[in-house]
Design a protein around this ligand. Sequence first.
Ligand SMILES: Nc1ncnc2c1ncn2[C@@H]1O[C@H](COP(=O)(O)OP(=O)(O)OP(=O)(O)O)[C@@H](O)[C@H]1O
Ligand SMILES: [Mg+2]
Length: 320
Amino acid sequence: MRPVIVVEHLSKRFGRLQAVDELSFTVGDGEIFGLLGPNGAGKTTTVRMLSGLVEPSAGRATINGLDLAARTEAVRAQTGILTELPGLHDRLTARQNLAYYARLYGLRGRAQRDAVTRHLALVGMSDHADRRVGGFSKGMRQKVAIARALLHDPQVIYLDEPTSGLDPSAARQVREIVADLRDAGRSIIICTHNLDEAERLCDRIGIMRGTLLSVGTPAALRRLGRRATTRIELVGPRGPESFLETVARLPIVAGARADGRTLLIEVGDPRGDNPEVIRALVADGARILSVREEAASLEEVYLGMVGSAPSVDIGREAVA
Ligand SMILES: Nc1ncnc2c1ncn2[C@@H]1O[C@H](COP(=O)(O)OP(=O)(O)OP(=O)(O)O)[C@@H](O)[C@H]1O
Ligand SMILES: [Mg+2]
């Protein structure tokens, strides 16, 4: 994989607020990289810097070999961005909106018409091409906005919460478009709060809050969950409640609770720990029907890293 987006110690300060702090990561061609983080974590600021819309305070980045600081115009030509609040002109049709932006990208005449028609088809909006955007639903607008970001066939694509507010089928269509772009070799960064979507769509995920807290494939991140849950299903007259104390006494057990006929046990290392837990249960007279191990979900890992408290603005104040 060729590194296309290379970010090194990128930082952005707004007055006293350090919105992005020494962020470093790489995205290859044909890769979808998810930026995950709570409100105010600096995701939007990061993609705005990487598209040349906001100037970094420190650090550097290269996009497809171009230095962001030195070649901002060239970088813009190679990047497409879907912003959080895409501005479309309500009084223009979808086609006219796209034609307007195609002109800004320097496309003229036949090339412009072709680009517009091709991208309307790509996002499944050909049938609505000549309707005014003012009458569109949120999902229809979002598709036009995605088409707009892709008009100039950029190698690098940033999608800031591409499916927020979309119904499940529209969200799925958008995910399919994104996956196709990846398969066509583009490099894509998606900012999202949707952990399920990140897990399904992204090749790698960076969990950030000002800086990167962790990075890896969704599976690798799940393994970072320090604890695993073992589900032990019981049969017979004694329910899981009567065995809580038996397992809670074991030093390897971090926690236990009963759920119907199932005993849920938190252990650090299921391979090493489960046999001991089961021995203790059997010695105490438990009749075990099944034992199943569950790795932490991405959500648990995420909440473990960024905390579960709702945060309005967690961009950290710069240390004086
Ligand atoms: N133009 C600006 N001027 C001042 N502060 C800003 C500006 N843009 C962003 N910030 C601050 O930088 C921090 C990061 O904001 P950013 O929009 O990048 O977060 P985000 O991760 O995209 O959040 P969300 O999930 O809510 O979209 C926030 O504290 C925000 O208030
Ligand atoms: Mg944002």
